[in-house]
Design a protein around this ligand. Structure first.
Ligand code: NAD
Length: 343
């Protein structure tokens, strides 16, 4: 039998893709978000614009016999954003999570999935670019990313308390850098793959682009289709403890730039800005438990995922008149000096 499902954050990147997939599988879906999806209409049966920091709005979102809640609503962004707004992000997300959990209990929801983050992991364990992949235990002793990481870690705990005290069946997923089309690529909240794709798309071939930090910091990246597949599998499982959901292919940001340049058929010079935030030095996902619990792990390669993502961002920029159609050839030396061309 198909489910009645609420997706919060359905106007955002992961929530929008998740709604599409849940609908394609025949579920009845309500989306809730403070804003509509930016790039295409939602596939949800109902979409309600609600500020979920407000408890009454959480009750509205969960009304009418909802079986499952995917709680993806959050005030979030890339490293520049989450290091700049510690108080606001913490307050907004604490309110959303506390109220969504309580409203789900009041509305007798059967399963509640909380979207946590790899930002919960102890910073001291991420000081080397050649980082040891993080197992779920590495979140303790607690030393997470200030603000965003602390509130995610506390909300994981709160899920555990609601399970213990109120028998609400919860799941907590720790995403590691999700990317793909239909995600924010501009404006300050975008994350590295989208920001780099935008910069490469806007740069003239042979020109230069700005990279935050020295580019030797490392991460792993997961394509959105793998992320959605993992979410469905986790919700269907009976696993309650926090679980990594990411790939375990570690790349430097410089390598990520090279991959995007290869997709774009461009040769660009990297200009490193050491004054910009770069987050922890290295972060990778240990997928041992993911494999064991779900019998599955993400498999879409970075090359495949970036090809789709870059093309979508380049098309968006072209539609907005920000990128010109240009031949994929290196510029002659004489033209390079004028080739900065990025925003
Ligand atoms: P997103 O910013 O695209 O989506 C989040 C959505 O939440 C937005 O549409 C936003 O409008 C909505 N929202 C914010 N405040 C709200 C409020 N007060 N009421 C109602 N809606 C509100 O982000 P995303 O990438 O889709 O992330 C989804 C979830 O996954 C978030 O909880 C995020 O913290 C988590 N996460 C994402 C990543 C990633 O790489 N994308 C990594 C780790 C964790």
């Amino acid at each position: 039998m198909k489910n009645r499902i609420l997706v919060t954050g359905a106007g955002g990147f992961i929530g929008h893709h998740l709604v599409k997939r849940l609908k394609a599988e025949g579920n009845w879906v309500r989306g809730a978000d403070i804003k509509l999806p930016e790039y295409e209409p939602s596939a949800a049966d109902e979409f309600e614009r609600l500020d979920l920091r407000n408890y009454e709005n959480c009750l509205l979102a969960t009304r009418g016999g909802i079986d499952q809640v995917y709680n993806l609503a959050a005030d979030m962004g890339g490293i520049g954003y989450i290091t700049a707004y510690l108080a606001d992000i913490s307050r907004n997300n604490i309110l959303i999570n506390v109220h969504m959990l309580e409203a789900s209990r009041q509305s007798a929801v059967s399963r509640f999935l909380f979207s946590s983050s790899a930002c919960v992991y102890a910073q001291a364990k991420q000081k080397s670019a050649d980082v040891t992949p993080l197992t779920e235990e590495d979140a303790y002793p607690a030393d997470p990313e200030p603000g965003y990481g602390w509130e995610k870690l506390f909300a994981e705990e709160l899920c555990r308390y609601y399970r213990h005290d109120h028998k609400l069946s919860t799941r907590s997923v720790r995403f590691h850098n999700v990317y793909g089309p239909l995600g924010t690529y501009d404006g300050g909240r975008e994350k590295a793959p989208a920001a780099i794709s935008r910069k490469v798309a806007l740069a003239r071939n042979g020109g230069e682009i700005e990279i935050w930090g020295d580019g030797a910091q490392t991460r792993s990246f997961m394509f959105i289709d793998d992320c959605v597949e993992g979410l469905l599998r986790l919700m269907a499982s009976d696993y309650h403890d926090p679980l990594n959901l990411g790939t375990d292919r570690l790349v430097t940001i410089n390598e990520l730039v090279d991959l995007v340049c290869a997709v774009a058929s461009k040769t660009l010079i990297k200009r490193h800005d050491l004054s910009k935030p770069q987050g922890v030095r290295g972060r990778n996902s240990d997928n041992t438990r993911l494999n064991k619990v779900l019998g599955w792990a993400p498999s879409i390669s970075l090359e495949q995922g970036l090809a789709v993502t870059y093309k979508w961002i380049e098309d968006e920029l072209r539609k907005a008149g920000r990128v010109l159609v240009q031949a994929a050839r290196p510029l002659p030396e004489s033209e390079r000096a004028n080739a900065a061309g990025q925003d």
